[in-house]
Design a protein around this ligand. Structure first.
Ligand code: ATP
Length: 320
C-alpha cells in the first residue's frame, strides 16, 4: 500500500503571552492510498491544530519540530510556491461550512470557471466533470446554475466534496465538515467521501470529528488524540470492538445509546477535565483522569507500542 502522508513526531505549539500551549506534541501517524483516517478526541485535544498545520503553520501557531511527508515532500518545510502548487490540487480541503468557501455572489458554474482558470485547467472539462460528480452525490446538474445560498447545508457540503475531488487529489482533509447537519445528512456526506475514495477519485482522506460513532461508519483507521498526544491508532473495527487505551474505552462508553436512560448507563461521561496544555502533567497526560493509573503513569510518559495491531500509548498495555 502506497503511503500518501507520513507524519513523524509533529510538534506544533501556540505562543500565548510568554507561554507555549503544547497543542500537538509528538504526534506520528500514516495515511495510505485508499484509506480514510478518522481523528477523534475531546474538544481541545489538538485535532484542528494538527490538520491546520498540514495546510499552513501561521502565528500564533508555531512549528517546533517533526515532519509531514506528503508524497515524499515535507509539508512543514515547503516553500510558499511549492505549497501553493500543492494546495487545492493534490491536497484539498473541505471547509466546515461550504458557504465560507463558496462566494455567495457567484453561481456554482461561475465559481467553477474561476476555479479552472486559477488552476490552469480547461473550463469545459471541469464543468463536464462537475456534472458527472454531482450525479454521483445525488445532486442535479441544475445546481450549477444556482447560488450557494439557494442550497441546503447538506447540498453545499456535497458540492464542496465534488469541487474538492475535481483535481483528483491524493489527500482530502476535512475538519468537522458535517457538524452543522442532521444525522441522516451527516451519514450521507460521509458515505459520499467513502465512495469517492473507493472509486479512486480521491486518493485518501483525513477527517477530524468529535463523533466516533459517525466516523466509524466510513473510516478504515481511527486515531484517538488526548491532550495533544496520540492515545491509540487502530483499524476502526478494532477500536469499536476492543479499545485498548482507557481513554478510548471511556470515549466509546460515553456515547449515547438509544433505549438506555443515562441513569442506567455504567458511564455517562468522562469525569474531570483535560489538562492545561500550557503546563501538562508529567507522565501520561490522561493519568489524572484515568481510573486505572498506577505510579508509573504519573511520572513517565508511555511511548506508543504495537499491541495486537493497535498502536497504543499506555503503560497498562504491552508492558510488564
Ligand atoms: N489560536 C490559538 N491560540 C492559542 N491557543 C490555541 C489556539 N487555537 C487552539 N489553541 C489551543 O490549542 C489546544 C488544541 O486546540 P484545537 O482546537 O487544536 O483542539 P481540537 O481537538 O480541534 O478542539 P475542537 O474539537 O474544540 O476544535 C487547546 O488547548 C486550545 O485552547
Amino acid at each position: 500500500m502506497n503511503t500518501i502522508l507520513q507524519v513523524r513526531d509533529a510538534r506544533i505549539y501556540y505562543a500565548v503571552k510568554g507561554t507555549e500551549v503544547k497543542a500537538v506534541d509528538g504526534v506520528s501517524f500514516e495515511v495510505h492510498e485508499g484509506e480514510i483516517l478518522g481523528i477523534v478526541g475531546e474538544s481541545g485535544s489538538g485535532k484542528s491544530t494538527l490538520l491546520n498545520s498540514l495546510v499552513n503553520v501561521r502565528p500564533p501557531m508555531k512549528y517546533i519540530g517533526g515532519d509531514a511527508l506528503f508524497d515524499g515532500k515535507n509539508l512543514y518545510r515547503m516553500s510558499k510556491e511549492e505549497k501553493k502548487s500543492v494546495l487545492g490540487t493534490r491536497l484539498t480541503i473541505i471547509p466546515q461550512y461550504a458557504l465560507d468557501a463558496l462566494p455567495p455572489v457567484f453561481r456554482i458554474k461561475q465559481y467553477l470557471a474561476d476555479f479552472a482558470k486559477t488552476h490552469g485547467l480547461s473550463e469545459s472539462e471541469i464543468i463536464k466533470l462537475a456534472r458527472e460528480r454531482l450525479k454521483e452525490v445525488s445532486l442535479s446538474e441544475k445546481v450549477l446554475d444556482m447560488y450557494p445560498i439557494e442550497l441546503s447545508g447538506g447540498m453545499r457540503q456535497r458540492v464542496a466534496i465534488v469541487i474538492a475531488s475535481l483535481t483528483s487529489p491524493r489527500l482530502l482533509l476535512g475538519d468537522e465538515i458535517t457538524s452543522a447537519l442532521d444525522v441522516v445528512t451527516q451519514k450521507g456526506i460521509m458515505l459520499n467521501i467513502r465512495r469517492f475514495v473507493d472509486e479512486g477519485l480521491i486518493g485518501s482522506a483525513v477527517l477530524v470529528t468529535h463523533d466516533i460513532s459517525l466516523i466509524y461508519q466510513v473510516a478504515d483507521t481511527i486515531m484517538v488524540m488526548y491532550a495533544g498526544k496520540v492515545a491509540e491508532i487502530a483499524p476502526a473495527e478494532e477500536i469499536a470492538k476492543k479499545p485498548l487505551h482507557p481513554y478510548t474505552n471511556m470515549l466509546i462508553s460515553s456515547l449515547t445509546k438509544l433505549g438506555v436512560k443515562a441513569s442506567q448507563q455504567r458511564l455517562s461521561g468522562i469525569k474531570g477535565l483535560p489538562p492545561s496544555l500550557a503546563n501538562p502533567p508529567p507522565g501520561c497526560r490522561f493519568a489524572p483522569r484515568c481510573p486505572y493509573a498506577v505510579g508509573r503513569c504519573k511520572s513517565e510518559e508511555p511511548p506508543a507500542k504495537n499491541v495486537d495491531g493497535h498502536l497504543v500509548a499506555c503503560w497498562l498495555r504491552g508492558w510488564d
